[in-house]
Design a protein around this ligand. Structure first.
Ligand code: CO
Length: 458
């Protein structure tokens, strides 16, 4: 029996442990080795990497992708995409979604994992369609959460919907690491009985459940799991590649991985980890198990955000009350999965309700947009009194929000003129206008400096 392994060290492990701050130059020399390890795929792009390249690392994310592709011709390159939000935090118009995906694939991506925070698949439809049209593998993802309205039947129905939409594979995305082994087993068995597509499980070690959940998932017939090379595994990252390989091999499964190569890869990343520990980017608390998430049903990242927010307002002593308010707010909002941006919207509102001593006296713009239907359809029923209180007589939209957006690509390309060197620059600009502009300016300056330096040397 074959179990495919996707390596996440370049994307999710990088993002979960060190806020996506690993520059290309740090891992460039190990890429050929990673290409030799026998991975089914390597997740190396998308998620927060794009933003981080432009914002913090002064790297062109497109160039990073092309360079990775050049060094890894054998292994499929994978990216994570937030549906209509692409790699940003708002909905983009359809022409932008299509162009962005087209260029991602042209520059080297083979597999695109596409999700929507609310599991509103109208928000992944265009991205899926374009992925297939551009000849890549379209993986539909279901965000896993626990709530009174989320149950096995529900998830199986979502998987069926994805199959009907024409995805090539289906991923269960447990971003908080709260999927327990037995639930994973039951869910994957039920999906395997219902759909005829490969099932991928994605989890994190945040609560310590990750490796046992993967093991049971594989016993249930899971086709592929996401792991991180051991020095960048555990805690808020994925279970370790080598350990999962060891355990699965012992049970007679085939992973296709070469242990000798895995060891060389890990030997390369070990000192890099030390470097990030020393610089303070890798903090010890992200490496342990944080079981509070199992008690409060609040993902680890959201918990640390809440703590930071309360500290800032000198109200850390109210944390317990806020944690009790979270399920109430979530219920009012129709039980959205607590993933970006919903984890922030729910967390901020719960804290505001507690600190103001009155519920929804003040609401964020994001919450207002959510109630308007701009993020998509809530999984459950919205509290209608709350909708009325916030929106007044305004009717929430039932159509897909992106249908209200004007095409942007050609217009922006004209506007940018020579500031954009190619179509990829235009896409970077539409995705993150301010930081892309700053990046373009700095790129010009550093190119000019290089020319000056060369002239002086002559
Ligand atoms: Co993840």
């Amino acid at each position: 029996m074959k179990v495919n392994i996707t390596e996440t060290v370049l994307r999710d492990a990088n993002q979960s442990l060190i806020a996506t701050r690993m520059p290309f130059s740090d891992f460039e020399t190990i890429l050929e080795k990673i290409d030799d390890a026998g991975y089914h795929s390597v997740e190396c792009w998308g998620g927060a990497t794009f933003d981080s390249c432009l914002r913090y690392l002064s790297e062109d994310p497109w160039e990073r992708l092309r360079k990775i592709k050049a060094k890894m011709p054998k292994t499929k390159l994978q990216m994570l995409l937030r549906g209509q939000n692409l790699l940003g935090y708002k909905h983009y118009p359809d022409d932008m979604v299509r162009k962005f995906i087209e260029h991602s694939i042209q520059n080297g991506i083979d597999i695109i994992r596409i999700f929507d925070a609310l599991n509103d698949f109208r928000n992944i439809e265009v991205a899926l369609d374009q992925t297939k049209k551009s000849g890549a593998h379209a993986q539909g993802a279901i965000c896993y959460t626990i709530s009174p309205i989320h149950n096995l039947d529900n998830y199986v129905r979502l998987a069926k919907q994805l199959e009907d939409m024409g995805v090539d594979s289906i991923c269960i995305k447990d971003m908080s690491g709260i999927l327990g082994p037995q639930d994973a087993y039951d869910m994957i068995r039920a999906m395997k009985d219902t759909v005829n597509k490969p099932i991928i499980l994605h989890t994190h070690c945040t609560t310590g459940l990750g490796p046992i959940t993967y093991y049971k998932a594989v016993e249930a017939g899971c086709d592929c799991i996401d792991t991180a090379i051991s020095s960048f595994s555990g805690g808020t990252s994925q279970p370790a590649t080598e350990s999962m390989h060891f355990a699965l091999k012992q049970a007679g499964y085939e992973t296709g991985l070469d242990e000798t190569v895995l060891k060389e890869i890990n030997d390369f990343f070990k000192p890099l980890k030390d470097k990030f520990v020393q610089s303070g980017l890798l903090e010890h608390y992200v490496l342990g198990s944080e079981t509070d998430a199992l008690v409060y049903q609040v993902p680890g990242g959201m918990l640390s955000n809440l703590i930071a927010q309360l500290k800032q307002q000198n109200a850390l002593n109210r944390l317990q009350e806020v944690l009790q308010e979270v399920p109430a707010v979530r219920k009012d909002l129709g039980y959205p999965p607590l993933v970006t941006p919903m984890s922030q919207i729910v967390g901020v509102q719960a804290a505001t309700n507690v600190l103001m001593g009155a519920r929804y006296n003040s609401v964020s713009n994001e919450l207002r947009s959510y109630l308007r239907g701009e993020y998509g359809k809530a999984p459950g029923e919205l509290n209608q009194e709350l909708v009325k209180q916030v929106l007044g007589d305004e009717q929430p939209m039932t159509a897909r929000f992106a249908d209200t957006l004007e095409p942007e690509f050609e217009k922006t390309k004209q506007m940018l003129g020579t500031m954009a060197k190619n179509d990829e620059d235009v896409l970077s600009y539409i995705a993150f206008p301010q930081i892309a502009e700053k990046f373009f300016r700095e790129r010009e300056e550093s190119a000019a400096m290089k020319v000056n330096y060369a002239i002086k040397r002559v």
